[in-house]
Ligand binder design. Sequence first.
Ligand code: AMP
Length: 500
Amino acid sequence: MTNPLFDTLFAPLSDRHAPLMHLRDGSTITGADFFQMIVLAMAALEELGVVPEDRVAVQVEKSPRALAIYAATVALGAVFLPLNTAYTADEMQYFIENARPRVVICDPRNQAALGVIASRFGAVLQTLDGTGKGAFADLGIGRTCPLIVARDADDVAAILYTSGTTGRSKGAMLSHNNLLSNARALTDLWRFTPADVLLHALPIFHTHGLFVATNVSLLSGGQMIFLPGFDVDDLLNKLPDSTVLMGVPTFYTRLLDDHRFTSDLVARMRLFVSGSAPLLAETHAAFHDRTGHRILERYGMTETNMNTSNPYDGDRRAGTVGFPLPGISLRVIDEGREVAHGEVGGIEVKGPNVFQGYWQMPEKTAEELHPDGWFITGDLGRVDSDGYLHIVGRAKDLVISGGFNIYPIEVEMLLDKAPDVHESAVIGLPHPDFGEAVFAVLVPKKGRRLDVAEVLATLQNRIARFKQPKAAIVVDALPRNTMGKVQKAELRKVYSGWFK
Ligand code: AMP
């Protein structure tokens, strides 16, 4: 094998004349059409001087052409570097300075701002919009297709920056084998076949949409309904033609909020997958009531791809993320020791999925990746007596009040059960006596009002006093990033002066 990822996922498309992607407007792209897009993008990147190991940074709207740049970059032995479309020019400056890409491809509307930054750091700027038009699309035409560059399984294929909620983003280097081994494990576990039609509404700058969804679909030889983003109407339209949906929890809550979402629409569906943020047990139950399907929740992250999954055949348990994937080991550690079943500790994982380190941050790599291959995920969790992993939260979100540890999820689960509470976020805020004090941010159910004192009173006698919030506030919605994760660092910032 010369280029493991390309040879496995993309090369087989060259003579596939059957549909690969169905687009929002009803048009179809065959495997061979998509392969031609890859060839053109390879020629374009070569024309721009891309050589093996160069970074190709891409901040563009989701489109088949954008996906073809991923494949083309890998084919040239270079490193694909997708960036969230929400990043501002200031944020982009950090990524460009840190990664020093050869090429930056951006949306035409950001051309002026990013052009200055790109040239400052020696990168060539190109444009591409969501319809596939832009300066980049005009390159490569008439050039012969460059050769596929040979790579080793451990060579880096992509750098994905972590979302950086607690500090500067770090570039996770993912090898061909990191990506391929995970795609193989998931394809097998989730029983993907060429008959599958994946409803793809996730962004392709994040591990979930780019690797979990796309790589698994490509590996299985199935088709994708490739939507530019998440839109309830589009999903309702396309669900009857789909067999699998991969989403973040907000996909499911938004679908459930719509009365047009009925079991008839999902007659062809065989699997709904959720991840990237915790799925409320209430959503899991409501979804089952409405559709007869149990959402399969899995757990992963930028640095490791997917680590655990609820079973395909067995019991899919709400509030858990299931078992380690085949070939992946998982342990829960507290004060340097593996804890007993049921006890909370830091989750560590080891396996072919674990990344190669942070781009040009050897100290950060050394802090989080042991030399023997165990990666400290930064998540806290516990494994129950049946072996299911429960995520308790990010270690950095743990609240330590008066010397006691408080796991926010334990308090949030109780608050969420209080009358008229839709959801909640529990955080620790600086407090003159306790160091940190527990604070709750509450969101009422639609059309309902909340009385903070009444909600907090429901916790009396349910949990120890030190875990009960010392104060709470009611807001319309929790701040979330594009993957649906609640931004607790932002909440801590906003309310930091509350107890001072
Ligand atoms: P990212 O690197 O952006 O994919 O974020 C990874 C983080 O998302 C993990 O470290 C977890 O904190 C969180 N996460 C991912 N999947 C789940 C899940 N199913 N339940 C709870 N948290 C999750």
